[in-house]
Ligand binder design. Structure first.
Ligand code: CTP
Ligand code: MG
Length: 184
């Protein structure tokens, strides 16, 4: 029993460690967000915004930069302390940028189905960035992605279950400190 608990916590810690650049970039986009929207206010023929006011240049740049910065720190820590799970430079870039790309693609489709900026789309709002981070990392660093994710289904499952919980908790926190307009 004790061993199962240890194994469970080790899996959770490893899942967070592997996803950290994506988690940081996604949450820091909220902190840095504001200013010029990425779609520059443009609308499509359906009369709706391309992406909406919630996707900004500053959010994308600030979020990606913070994700990469955390990734570089992880590489340093892993090499210094001999941790075997070292992210690659490619992976920290694709995890950080891919996370926000996934979020942007989601907003594009949210607008197309007529959801206003900030409207809740359960589960998709919480896993869009995981999908973006994984797809981009799989494309650009398939070796690293296969080794750390595809060959460990437990990690994949843990990320899918854990992310909506973490997302919810950080968003409630962000809402309470008035950083976010909605608690989701
Ligand atoms: N944000 C940003 N740029 C991004 C992503 C997020 O500026 N690329 C900021 C925005 O201030 C946004 C907030 O983070 O309002 C929360 O992000 P998110 O929940 O993804 O956006 P929503 O405002 O809910 O918009 P949408 O309905 O398009 O998801
Ligand atoms: Mg939202």
């Amino acid at each position: 029993m004790f061993e199962i608990i240890i194994y469970f916590f080790a899996t959770v810690v490893l899942a967070i460690w592997l996803m950290l650049p994506a988690y940081i970039s996604n949450s820091m986009a909220v902190v840095f967000g504001g200013g010029t929207p990425m779609d520059l206010g443009m609308k499509l023929p359906d009369g709706k915004r391309v992406l909406g006011e919630g996707k900004t240049m500053r959010g994308l740049a600030g979020g990606t930069a913070c994700g990469i910065a955390i990734g570089l720190l992880q590489i340093y820590v892993a090499l210094t302390f001999g941790i075997q799970y070292v992210p690659t430079i490619t992976a920290i870039i694709t995890l950080s940028f891919g996370a926000l790309l996934g979020d942007i693609v989601k907003s594009f489709f949210k607008r197309r189905i007529g959801l206003v900026r900030g409207a809740e789309l359960p589960l998709i709002d919480q896993l869009d960035f995981v999908a973006g981070a994984w797809i981009l990392t799989y494309i650009f660093d398939p070796v690293w992605f296969t080794e750390h994710f595809i060959s460990s289904p437990w990690i994949i499952l843990t990320v899918i279950v854990l992310t909506p919980i973490l997302h919810r908790l950080t968003n409630i926190f962000g809402y309470n400190i008035k950083l976010k307009k909605e608690p989701w």
